[in-house]
Design a protein around this ligand. Structure first.
Ligand SMILES: Cc1cc2nc3c(=O)[nH]c(=O)nc-3n(C[C@H](O)[C@H](O)[C@H](O)COP(=O)(O)OP(=O)(O)OC[C@H]3O[C@@H](n4cnc5c(N)ncnc54)[C@H](O)[C@@H]3O)c2cc1C
Length: 502
């Protein structure tokens, strides 16, 4: 059956791709009351591992939606990070309640997000392949093929979360700029009968690099760069013997690799979309940026994109967004993607350097950096995602504006729990609490308030408006609350009409 006329769907937003980015975004939109649907070409849920590490900031974001607890019991907490073989560093020192990497197969994260979407009533259409799209003044026509033929769906906005080979990106003519590395890695989830320990194991030798990361369920992720085999055909199957032999040569031990539950040869890329928005079409996740798996940033950055974008599209759809808001998706997230690309590029180039002498020197230097807190804190905080910050909006911004919101207790309530409704949160620690009363009365449909004493040893502003994605929109040290109404108007749109007493 082929329909020529667009199906005028009731969905305001169509999301292409049910990977972690698309599912997270769909959940954000549904939480904000936006009708959306996800189109996914695969007819079944993914059963492959790919990404395996969820970083501290992503766990904070998931906690701000009460989702972190769905993953933590099934994951393995690794309190260290690793840059190169001798450069292990502590994550326990970072200022976060999630001061570790959580090792969970990507399929587990996707399953959790899909269940969450279903609870929120998001339709996820499988076997629906997007072939192209056409932008119009008032919407976007999406061409979809499936088992029943082709059809066209019209939506107000479309978000391409369709991965590295994005059809959506091509349809809007956005360049994907960058390069492919010529060094092949083998990625495998393996069972070890003699595991090297319960934390990250890394070894660099003249033969290559071997990493093992424990899932905590008897399996480890093996990441190996084997100089002898890094030019094999990409589709040549990986055998147990190959993995055993590589580990033995590179580390002197094969750790009893007995079973492979997933494996792939991987030629990573370093590419970024020139733009993240063209009209009513936006790009997120791997459709917008791809990096090497070393550094475990791919899925974390995609989930970060989804959190940044969801509340902004929702505000546009509901008619409460200021004119400047949707463009901040690209102005905020493109620089983050660029930073992550540079960071992972540096990591992979330092790890896979061909000159054995230079490799030794770099590994030695990295080991020294890792031991020095002043030197390691910047890359460590980027790895953990906690240093990501955005340009503040408005004149004379407070130093906290644009930064990650601290997870504070206010009047006995935790900020990240208050964010779980997906709305702005106004923190008012002034004595009279007048700002919170104004917000409750006039912006109560968009703003949650937290009033009371802040339980913290840090000096924090008296008033703070926190965005739904847990970044500070605005803050003020002054107890003057007169300006709050103007700030709420600027960020959250016009207030609802006040009831006039008869
Ligand atoms: C082999 C491999 C290993 C990796 N290992 C790691 C790792 O160790 N650590 C790490 O951090 N990251 C790793 N990554 C990257 C990580 O998996 C991605 O960053 C992450 O999956 C991005 O999520 P996403 O939702 O943006 O895109 P994807 O997960 O790629 O999801 C895109 C979805 O869109 C669907 N789709 C595509 N085209 C269409 C279409 N035309 N119509 C409808 N649906 C469509 C796809 O079927 C897919 O389900 C790896 C990636 C690969 C490929």
């Amino acid at each position: 059956m082929t329909s020529k006329k667009p199906e005028h769907s009731a969905d305001q937003v169509v999301i292409v791709g049910a990977g972690p980015t698309g599912l997270m975004l769909a959940a954000e939109l549904a939480l904000a009351g936006v009708a959306c649907r996800v189109l996914e070409k695969r007819d079944h849920q993914a059963n492959i591992t790919r990404a395996f590490g969820i970083g501290p900031r992503t766990l904070e974001l998931l906690d701000a939606r009460d989702l972190a607890q769905n993953l933590i019991p099934n994951g393995n907490k690794i309190p260290q990070g690793q840059f190169g073989a001798r450069a292990g560093f502590e994550l326990t020192v970072i200022d976060s309640r999630f001061n570790y990497m959580l090792i969970v197969p990507q399929s587990g994260t996707e399953k959790m997000l899909e269940e969450h979407c279903r609870e929120l009533g998001v339709p996820i259409e499988r076997g629906a392949q997007v072939e192209g799209l056409t932008q119009r003044d008032d919407g976007v026509d999406v061409q979809v093929s499936g088992p029943d033929g082709s059809r066209t769906i019209r939506a107000s906005y479309v978000v391409g979360c369709d991965g590295a080979h994005s059809v959506v990106r091509d349809a809007i003519g956005v360049d994907f700029i960058g390069k492919r590395y010529d060094t092949q890695l083998t990625l495998a989830d393996v069972k070890l009968t003699r595991p090297p320990g319960d934390t990250v194991f890394a070894r660099v030798s003249n033969d290559g690099v071997q990493l093992f990361i424990p899932y905590g369920d008897g399996y480890h992720r093996s990441v190996a760069w084997d100089r002898q085999r890094d030019k094999l055909p990409i589709d040549e199957p990986i055998t147990l013997k190959e993995l055993q032999d590589a580990a033995l040569r590179m580390t002197g031990e094969d750790f009893g690799i007995t079973e492979i539950r997933w494996s792939t040869r991987f030629l990573s890329e370093r590419k970024q979309a020139a733009h993240y928005r063209v009209g009513r079409v936006l790009l997120a996740g791997d459709a917008a940026h791809v990096h090497s798996p070393i550094g475990a940033q791919g899925m974390n950055t995609g989930i970060g994109d989804a959190f940044n974008l969801g509340w902004k599209i929702a505000a546009v759809v509901h008619g409460t967004a200021p004119a400047w808001l949707l463009d901040t998706y690209e102005s905020e997230r493109h620089p983050v993607g660029e930073k992550i690309l540079k960071f992972t590029d540096r990591l992979i180039r330092m790890t896979l350097i061909r000159s054995k002498a230079a490799l030794g020197m770099i590994q030695g230097a990295m080991a020294m950096v890792a031991k020095n807190d002043a030197l390691i804190s910047k890359p460590r905080n980027l790895f953990a995602g906690i240093s990501i910050a955005y340009e503040p909006h408005g004149q004379h911004p407070h130093p906290l504006a644009g930064k990650r919101a601290p997870d504070i207790e206010v009047g006995g309530h935790r900020l990240y729990e208050a964010l779980r409704g997906g709305r702005f949160v106004l923190v008012d620690s002034t004595v009279d609490g007048a700002a919170a009363r104004t917000a409750d009365r006039r912006w109560g449909d968009r703003v949650q308030t937290l009033a009371g004493r802040i339980d913290s040893t840090k000096k924090l502003p008296a008033l703070m408006l926190v965005r739904p994605d847990a970044y500070v929109a605005w803050a003020s040290d002054s107890v003057e609350s007169g300006s709050v109404a103007a700030v709420l108007d600027e960020w959250c749109g016009a207030p609802r009409a006040e009831k006039v007493s008869p």
